[in-house]
Ligand binder design. Structure first.
Ligand SMILES: Nc1ncnc2c1ncn2[C@@H]1O[C@H](COP(=O)(O)OP(=O)(O)OP(=O)(O)O)[C@@H](O)[C@H]1O
Ligand SMILES: [Mg+2]
Length: 489
């Protein structure tokens, strides 16, 4: 692969920025331990994942550094800068980390390197720069810890926003159910009194029978009553009110709205006159009004309770509590659950547009974590729109990728901050509002945990975050915590 064809002098070593200010003895030691290696154009200098045995400093030529991402080699840097280095850059950490090459280096032209065995590089670092070593170690292990802590903190934040959203969302139906129950109790009491009046013997058995039948019919009507627009309801109430007035029924204008909501009209009321006779009309109408009213109230309670259980189901789907962490999922279920959880946060001025490709296959995934990704992206989109605009959630297939796109019509990402948005703690929100972790954690989840990608395109009025997930299973990559940024070439 490489061949040693020349030696390097102390004076030449001194010109490399890495070896700046080393003493003559130190340079001589390097000269003694290291060697010049020539690598022909097109050859690998070293390959990612292989045991890291050597530290390389570029003397001449051009190299390309790449990392293996999802089966593809992605170029990280390309440089012809003399003094650029790579290889066993973490040798000084010893066996506390796996000593493997963190990336691959390939010669693009004929190149030469000063090559130093990893063990010698580590020894020189420890002997000559003890203070720098401690700082570097602190940086390395500190970063590793903070990555873990950041992940935990983000989970807490997500839980906080989950419970805040859920509380908000549960509050309305729960309050509605309580209100409806209180009114229902009043109405049932009222019915008991009316029953006493009706049962005082004024109605003969036949008419009582007819009234009971009408009551059954009223219940059916209430169940299938058409939804009126406010205008239609007004007209219908006017008509019924008139009918009630004409038949000398007190409180016509209180009764009419209930009857209209229950689908009762004047023609139907005429049937009551026939059935019970004019003398008993008022108690009969009131009795039937109570019937309709209690039916409607029970319907309201039913709706509220259904809404509550829908929300609880969405919360379960969202949090994936008591589910396996890794499963085959339909992303639409996840997106819908997340949207339900966030529905309280979506302002009235923001339109939600769902463009789902329902034909997409289920994919292997960590659903709870993907929900965090959608939450972060939607939260950012809402933040950028400030209450007005369109939020688009789109799914589609692109080759071997399943794509989830979150689009917003907000102010967009200014080009000058675009390279920084995925950095941890980078935020443009006022102090105390954003942590700047949303995109960092989303990136980790998508890229590291799912071997996917996040792509961004943005201009004012049209910002899109595209999450690309592999359609088929890919074996787990390296441990997240060990995944430090590549050393500079
Ligand atoms: N859809 C978007 N439109 C415009 N700018 C965005 C959008 N998404 C992200 N950004 C920019 O990227 C920055 C970083 O986003 P990130 O989600 O990481 O943190 P944050 O939203 O500021 O804080 P947090 O997520 O903790 O609330 C944001 O502050 C914002 O400037
Ligand atoms: Mg955010």
């Amino acid at each position: 692969m490489t061949d040693v064809s020349r030696t390097i002098g102390v004076d030449e070593l001194r010109t490399l920025f890495l070896f700046e200010r080393l003493t003559d003895d130190q340079l001589a030691w390097l000269q003694d331990r290291g060697a010049v290696e020539e690598v022909p154009a097109g050859a690998d200098v070293y390959v990612e994942g292989e045991p890291a045995t050597c530290f390389f400093v570029l003397l001449s030529g051009t190299v390309s550094m790449s990392r293996r991402v999802h089966g593809d080699d992605v170029e990280v840097t390309r440089t012809g800068q003399r003094g650029a280095y790579g290889g066993a850059t973490q040798a000084y950490l010893g066996d506390r980390v796996p000593q493997l090459y963190p990336n691959s280096l390939r010669a693009l032209s004929d190149t030469s390197f000063f090559a130093l065995p990893a063990a010698d590089f580590a020894e020189a670092m420890r002997q000559w720069f003890p203070m720098a070593m401690h700082l570097l170690e602190g940086l390395f292990f500190g970063m590793r810890n903070s990555q873990t802590l950041v992940g935990e903190r983000q989970r807490l934040l997500a839980l906080g926003s989950l419970s805040a959203g859920l509380t908000h969302e549960l509050n309305n139906p729960a309050a509605a159910a309580v209100r409806a129950t209180a009114v229902l109790r009043e109405r049932v009491t009222g019915m008991r009194h009316k029953l006493a009046l009706i049962a005082d013997g004024r109605l003969d058995g036949r008419r009582l029978q007819a009234l009971v039948e009408l009551q059954e019919a009223a219940v059916k009507r209430a169940a299938s009553a058409p939804k009126h627009s406010p205008l239609e309801a007004n007209d219908a109430e006017d008509q019924l009110g008139e009918w009630l007035d004409q038949h000398d029924i007190a409180g016509a204008w209180d009764i009419a709205p209930t009857l209209v909501a229950g689908g009762v009209d004047a023609a139907w009321l005429d049937q009551i006159v026939d059935a019970v006779g004019p003398g008993n009309l008022e108690p009969a109408v009131r009795w039937l009004t109570y019937t309709v009213d209690t039916e409607l109230l029970m319907g309201e309670i039913d709706d509220a309770v259904t809404r509550i259980s829908t929300l609880v189901a969405a919360a379960k789907e969202y949090s994936q509590l008591d589910r396996a962490p890794h499963q085959t999922v339909d992303v639409h279920d996840l997106l819908d659950a997340t949207l339900v959880m966030l529905s309280g946060k979506i302002p009235a001025g923001v339109q939600l547009r769902k463009e789902y490709d329902r034909g997409l296959p289920r994919i292997p995934a960590y659903p709870a974590e993907l929900n965090q990704v959608w939450t972060n992206l939607i939260d950012n989109a809402l933040g950028a729109m400030g209450g007005q605009g369109t939020l688009t959630v789109r799914t589609q297939r692109d080759g071997d990728w399943l794509v989830v796109e979150i689009g917003d019509t907000g102010h967009g990402i200014p080009p000058e901050i675009r390279p920084r948005i995925f950095e941890p703690f980078f935020t443009t929100k006022p102090v105390g509002e954003g942590t700047g972790l949303g995109l960092d954690i989303s990136y980790r989840i998508v890229v590291h945990k799912h071997h996917g990608e996040i792509r961004v395109s943005s201009q004012p009025g049209d910002t899109r975050f595209r999450v690309l997930l592999p359609v088929s299973e890919i074996l787990d990559g390296p441990d997240l915590a060990l995944d430090v940024p590549p050393a500079e070439a």
